[in-house]
Design a protein around this ligand. Structure first.
Ligand code: CO
Length: 208
């Protein structure tokens, strides 16, 4: 059997197990989607949002890209944010990075990997903006870990600068923005930063 055929078989097994546990399971999920959370994470196969938070289908609206970059010119991600915040009315937006991120490592190096180089430029720019802190770190692993954290924090700050978040904050006490980082070696999520609705916004980025 080919490996992709196993996926289809496993899907049948999964669906029947769900039905055995709860005959109304799919019926319920089919008719309503009310997730409280938007997750912006890395595409890395080892950081699946539902599994690591022990949540079920229906609980987290998910967007993933390489190295969980929040770029306001990314029409894909911005559409996800707009829909999640304005239509689904999520209460929390979580930007989640992870230590050992291949995208962050690649951004710190000088090798070219093709088109992805342009995407990772966002992280190079974050490095450059924080070079006074990062250049002093002698341990390359520690430096990569810190850049991973700064990339998440920068992503959360980028969300604040969007009209989507600012307009929603004016009318509702949501969403709260969170920056988290996940450690592959122990499976633990760490809280890096939190920005509440109504927080101060640098004047140049503020819409009135
Ligand atoms: Co990654």
């Amino acid at each position: 059997m080919n490996s992709h055929e196993k996926l289809l078989l496993e899907n049948r097994a999964w669906a029947s197990i769900q039905l055995e546990r709860d005959p109304d399971y799919f019926n319920r999920l089919e008719h309503v989607q009310t997730p409280e959370f938007l997750w912006i994470g890395c595409s890395d196969s080892r950081v699946p949002a539902n599994e690591i938070t022990n949540t079920q289908p229906g609980e987290i609206f998910v967007h993933r890209n390489i190295a969980n970059v929040v770029d306001h010119t990314d029409l894909n991600m911005m559409s996800v944010v707009q829909y999640a915040v304005e239509v689904l009315k999520v209460k929390h937006v979580i930007v989640c990075g992870h230590y050992g991120c291949g995208g962050v490592k690649a951004a710190m190096g000088n090798s070219s990997f093709g088109l992805i180089d342009n995407w990772l430029r966002n992280i190079k720019d974050t490095y450059w903006a924080n070079r006074n802190e990062l250049d002093w770190m002698t341990d390359p692993a520690a430096r990569a870990d810190r850049l991973t954290e700064l990339n998440v924090i920068h992503g959360v700050q980028n969300l604040v600068k969007t009209s989507i978040i600012q307009n929603t904050w004016k009318n509702a006490q949501r969403p709260v923005l969170h920056g988290w980082v996940y450690r592959l070696s122990d499976g633990i999520l760490h809280d890096l930063c939190k920005i509440e609705p109504g927080s101060n916004i640098e004047k140049i980025y503020r819409f009135e």
